[in-house]
Structures are given as structure tokens and as C-alpha cells.
Unconditional design. Structure first.
Length: 243
């Protein structure tokens, strides 16, 4: 029976969210106050105190907008962590059936992290979690598939790279196993019964992920699954431990 693994899904994304949001909180207020005071003093000296107040307000507002952009970046990391955790909860259903699931793993010689690696009878599946707004548009235009305002192939470029590198690293360790990339989408309205294929990467609703993985034809015996799992756990360490 395949060994159970503690879920570390979204750990690195959550850590980046916290670091981005908390970094320099008190300093932000000091800088904002200093900018407002400096603007007030300079404009009051040149014109009037009323103009100085307006300048102080504009300076504080400009700094707030800039900091909000940083907050938006932090929110993106938090959204990513939530998506990874939701995928991890679904993937637990595979473990009693002899699958090994590894979460938030480091990719050797790269700063990228692997959201989820699923090792089972069908080989290795690299799962990338995406959490998009439920109103995200998915449409064809100009011969390309667009997701929101971005071409779909640009959204899976990292997934293609990561799957290729996982295969290379496993082959170097002596394992010729297929590595299949898939994107598990939370929120957005992908086709309920179908799936999208973009640059060789399958994109489907997260709720269909486990069934999709189970339908892969068997390639590995239980003993091989256990051996590949042990190798993957060693070769791809937890991302937080590799930083």
C-alpha cells in the first residue's frame, strides 16, 4: 500500500502571500506620513496652506494606490494557495487506491515549484492548480483560445516546462515513465463534461480531476509505483525546505 503523505499544498504560495503583505507595514505608514508632510510643507511655502493640504492628500493617495498594487500581488499568492489546497483535498481520494500524491515540490535547478505530483498505475501526472474568477471568459478569437485577456498557451507555458523537466529528472534517475501535465481549474466555467487541450496540456474542472487520472491506462505495477514514488519524494523535496 502506498504511503500517505502530509499535505503541504499551497505552503510556498501562502508563505509568499504573508511575506508580501506583512513586509514593511509600519514603514509604509511612516513613508506615507512623511510624503504627506513634505508635500504640505513645500506647497504651503510656495503657495498657500490650502494648496498644501491638497498636495498632502494627493501624495498620500498616490502612495496608497502604489501600496494597493503590492496588496493585489499578495492577494494573487493567497488565491493560488487556496486553489492548491482545494485540489489537494480532492486528490486525497486517490491515495487509498494506491496512488502517491506529493504537494508543493521543488524542481531541481529551477526556482519553479510543482503544485502536485500524482504517481500511480498510469505513470506520473503533474497537476497545476488554477483559481480563476467564476466570470472568467473562455473563448476562441483569431485562431487562439483566450482565457480572460490572456492567450491560453501563455498560461500553460510554465506547466509544459515543468512537466518536461520532471520527465528529464526522472529519466536521469533511471525511470522511463510518462509525465502527463494537467491544469485543475477552480471557479471558471470550463466545459462540464469535456476538457480543453492547450499546447498538449489538458485543462479541466477540478471536480473531474480524479476521474480523469483514474482513466489513464495502467503502465506501472504497484511495486513500480512505490519505487517511483520513493525516488520522486527524494528528487523533488518540499519547496519550503529547498528555498
Amino acid at each position: 500500500m502506498t504511503r500517505q503523505h502530509a499535505t503541504g499544498a499551497g505552503a510556498s504560495a501562502q508563505a509568499r502571500y504573508r511575506a508580501t503583505w506583512r513586509a514593511g507595514r509600519s514603514r509604509r505608514w511612516l513613508v506615507r506620513a512623511a510624503l504627506a508632510v513634505a508635500a504640505f510643507a513645500a506647497v504651503t511655502w510656495a503657495w498657500t496652506w490650502q494648496a498644501g493640504l491638497l498636495a498632502a492628500a494627493v501624495a498620500a493617495l498616490a502612495d496608497t494606490v502604489q501600496r494597493w498594487r503590492v496588496h493585489s500581488a499578495a492577494a494573487a499568492w493567497r488565491k493560488g494557495a487556496l486553489g492548491e489546497r482545494a485540489t489537494a483535498r480532492r486528490l486525497r481520494a486517490l491515495e487509498p487506491a494506491g496512488y502517491t500524491v506529493l504537494h508543493d515540490r521543488a524542481l531541481p535547478r529551477s526556482r519553479a515549484n510543482l503544485d502536485h505530483l500524482v504517481i500511480g498505475p498510469g505513470g506520473v501526472v503533474l497537476v497545476d492548480s488554477k483559481r480563476w474568477h467564476r466570470n472568467t471568459s473562455i473563448r476562441g478569437h483569431g485562431g487562439r483560445l483566450w482565457i480572460g485577456r490572456r492567450p491560453a498557451d501563455s498560461l500553460v507555458k510554465a506547466t509544459v516546462f515543468e512537466a518536461g523537466r520532471v520527465g528529464e529528472v526522472l529519466r536521469a534517475a533511471g525511470w522511463q515513465v510518462p509525465v502527463v501535465p494537467v491544469v485543475a481549474v477552480h471557479g471558471a466555467k470550463l466545459p462540464r463534461w469535456g476538457a480543453l487541450t492547450v499546447s498538449g496540456v489538458t485543462m479541466l474542472r477540478a471536480g473531474r480531476l480524479c476521474g480523469w487520472i483514474r482513466r489513464h491506462p495502467p503502465r506501472l505495477s504497484p511495486e513500480q509505483v512505490a519505487s517511483v514514488s520513493a525516488a520522486a519524494e527524494r528528487i523533488f523535496p518540499p519547496y519550503s525546505a529547498a528555498e
